[in-house]
Write a protein that binds this ligand. Structure first.
Ligand code: ADP
Ligand code: MG
Length: 236
């Protein structure tokens, strides 16, 4: 059985793609067979941070009905398998997000863990991804607008019968204006799965098209992500 985990947030820019990519690589490093899929088909950037841009067949082609999902799976860094969405606007226009559910069913059994990098918000594409996944991890930043948006995602996930695993708090700098992890846990009423600090190495590794857990494994953000992965596979 493949465990599917959607990485979502209400707000854009919370760090979903960074976390989806690096968590997938980290889980592969722990010996899991992992596929990471870019369901943010309008703003595809998973392939950019994994150094896989410009692939001939992408998820958009599969959702347009012109390719099979097997053709859109690529070998990525650290042994992870990647389904890029494709950054071509033309191909995106022909994609039908409703086909995603069928695509995810086909990916079942092809991996131990399937990580889905979701679009922000609650548009149709996000809802399809959320309902097709069995589990959800919500990515939040330690500020009230992010937390209030996360509450909506959690409520919708519950309505869709998607299991909420917990939240990851990203970009924490321990500034006095930030909400504490305790406060966030109290408001969201879900477990906090990890805290990732604000770390300039995140942007630096993205610029190289390499996941931070491989490029800067000793950096604070990489360590935090490895810890979350270790907990997920029960290696801690
Ligand atoms: P999303 O997929 O939620 O839109 P991204 O993963 O693309 O978010 O991240 C948005 C921006 O924030 C990117 O420029 C990324 O490099 C930066 N970023 C994400 N997490 C961190 C972090 N922990 N420290 C510093 N910058 C970060
Ligand atoms: Mg993203």
């Amino acid at each position: 059985m493949t465990v599917t985990i959607a990485i979502a947030s209400g707000k854009g820019g919370t760090g979903k793609t960074t976390i989806a990519a690096n968590l997938a690589v980290a889980l592969s490093r722990f010996g899991k067979n992992v596929i990471v899929l870019d369901a943010d088909i309008a703003m595809a950037n998973l392939e950019l941070i994994l150094g896989l841009e410009g692939k001939p067949v992408t998820l958009n082609d599969v959702l347009a009905g012109t390719a099979d999902i097997e053709e859109a799976i690529y070998e990525g860094p650290g042994g992870v398998k990647v389904v890029p969405a494709g950054i071509s606007l033309e191909r995106f226009r022909r994609a039908n997000p409703e086909r995603l559910e069928e695509v995810l069913t086909k990916l079942n059994e092809k991996a131990d863990i399937l990580i889905i990098d979701c679009p922000a918000g609650l548009g149709k594409d996000a809802l399809v991804a959320l309902s097709a996944a069995e589990n959800l991890i919500v990515v939040v930043n330690p500020e009230i607008s992010s937390i209030s948006d996360a509450l909506k995602i959690i409520a919708v996930a519950r309505r869709l019968e998607t299991n909420v695993l917990g939240a990851i708090i990203n970009r924490v700098s321990n500034d006095s204006t930030e909400l504490s992890a305790k406060a966030i846990e109290t408001i969201l009423e879900i477990p906090i799965m990890g805290i990732i600090p604000e770390d300039p190495n995140v942007r630096r590794s993205a610029a190289f098209g390499e996941p931070i857990v491989l490029r800067y494994p000793d950096s604070p953000a990489a360590q935090a992500i490895m810890e979350i992965a270790a907990k997920l596979v029960g290696k801690q």
